[in-house]
Ligand binder design. Structure first.
Ligand code: GDP
Length: 426
């Protein structure tokens, strides 16, 4: 087996970081291939609890080479800070390589993200304001700065001037603020060049050699299938593809090498930011689930915002697994549901025209969709210490099997707690 993708089947926050941290033990490479510091992966292991935003989740193993691929949005401040934090907390210096083709999130991207969300007010998309949408807009408008551009001042200055030309007009006339100075932005970027230089490499050739040698590579997705800009809940999507298929591009690995796709599915639903969310709970029911979810309640790793929560949505999850091309599923946070006498699962959507469907509709039809529930008996006990499927209470086994039948992909792993060791294979 060469390349395994670990990706989200839902809206993100499914527990991909935990799964990657666990599987990295037997991997040579862990690769980030899209997104930037706009989402966090929570990892709890022998070194403590960490929220990684930029670093790949393999950084806790000295034998793993961690790669930041060309498809990512590199926030150098966050990346360097995370490296310092690891060192301060006793984690051995990780092996890290960053693609020289990866592009940098600039301060102006963060500024535009902030100003635009402010301008949109209650029509905003709930951005984490890490500059991701303006970053990818610039990338595809060919205005971005690659890491390799940081070592030639004149060339960099030209790139920055080109990028600021239209932005300064918007800053002054749309947002009513001061224009930015190209020389200042160039100087601050040059300082990152020196700091990043030791990590930069041709990661595409590195991974190609690793594939040819049959080494084991994990590619780690950020957010989930429903945030994909093409197939998700556009415009409440993110700005880079969250799909395993995009790993071929964003990591720079040949598509035919991705043989195994682990879709991480949460045993209930959670969602940060705006957009339609069919199984969303309100009031006390939501608060109960939010308080118990994850390792410390369902609050965003990046923003601290309370996450929207709901019961498992099998319509959205089956669609997410299909988009990911999942060969297996890891079902996480099953322990969280232990307080419930009955557990609803959404098995269909009733649409505005009265029809019922089990296919995930376009965003325009999602707002009015209502969940069709099937209610399963709960197990009402703590399963966080359980180490095999056979030891699970019958009701928990039935829940896992029911979800599996709904989504049509084998559940190969069940996670019953946030710590690395709290999972078992089926
Ligand atoms: P990621 O972005 O997909 O890595 O997910 P996040 O780290 O944003 O959110 C997942 C949350 O669930 C974190 O708080 C994890 O510590 C937690 N978590 C992961 N797996 C489990 C599990 O099986 N049970 C519980 N209770 N928490 C889990």
């Amino acid at each position: 087996m060469t390349v395994t993708a670990i990706v989200g089947a839902n809206w993100g926050d499914e527990g991909k970081g935990k799964m990657t941290d666990a599987l990295a033990a037997a991997s040579a490479y862990v690769v980030r291939y899209q997104g930037g510091s706009n989402a966090g992966h929570t990892i709890i292991n022998g070194y403590g609890k960490f929220a990684l935003h930029m670093l790949p989740s393999g950084v806790f193993y000295p034998h793993v080479t961690n790669v930041i691929g060309p498809g990512t949005a590199v926030d150098a401040d966050v990346l360097l800070r995370e490296l310092e934090e690891l060192q301060a907390r006793g984690v051995p210096q990780p092996k890290l390589v960053i693609s020289e083709r990866a592009q940098l999130v600039l301060s102006v991207h963060r500024l535009f993200d902030e100003l635009e969300e402010g301008r949109l007010k209650d029509r905003s998309f709930g951005s984490t304001k890490r500059g991701i949408a303006p970053f990818y807009a610039d990338k595809y408008a060919k205005l971005g700065v690659q890491a390799a551009d940081l070592f030639d001042r004149d060339r960099l200055r030209q790139r920055v001037e080109q990028s600021l030309a239209a932005k300064n007009i918007l800053l002054q006339h749309l947002y009513g603020t001061q224009p930015l100075d190209a020389a200042e932005l160039t100087d601050s970027l040059m300082t990152y060049g020196e700091k990043l230089r030791p990590y930069l490499a041709d990661t595409t050739s590195l991974l190609d050699e690793a594939i040819n040698k049959g080494e084991s590579i994990l590619v780690e997705g950020q957010l989930g299938a429903l945030r994909d800009p093409d197939h998700g809940i556009y415009p409440y999507s993110t700005s880079s593809s969250t799909l395993a298929g995009f790993a071929a591009i964003g990591a720079g690995v040949t598509a035919r090498a991705i043989e195994r796709v682990i879709a991480v599915v949460k045993a209930y639903s959670s969602c940060v930011g705006a957009g339609p969310f069919v199984t969303e709970l309100e009031g006390d029911e939501a608060e109960q689930l939010r308080r118990r979810g994850g390792d410390a309640g369902e609050y965003g790793v990046t923003t601290g915002r309370p996450r929207r929560v709901g019961w498992l949505d099998a319509v959205a999850t089956r669609y997410g697994c299909m988009l990911q091309g999942a060969t297996e599923v890891a079902l996480t946070n099953v322990d969280v549901l232990g307080y419930l006498a009955q557990i609803p699962v959404c098995i269909g959507y009733k649409l505005a025209d009265g029809s019922v469907t089990d296919r995930f509709p376009v965003t325009a039809k999602l707002g009015d969709a209502e969940p069709v529930w099937q209610v399963l008996p709960g197990w009402q006990c703590d399963i966080s210490g359980i180490e095999s499927f056979d030891e699970l209470p019958r009701e928990a086994q039935n829940y896992v099997r029911f979800v599996e039948a709904c989504i049509g992909v084998p559940i190969a792993t069940v996670s019953v707690g946030p710590r690395r060791e709290q999972l078992f294979r089926l």
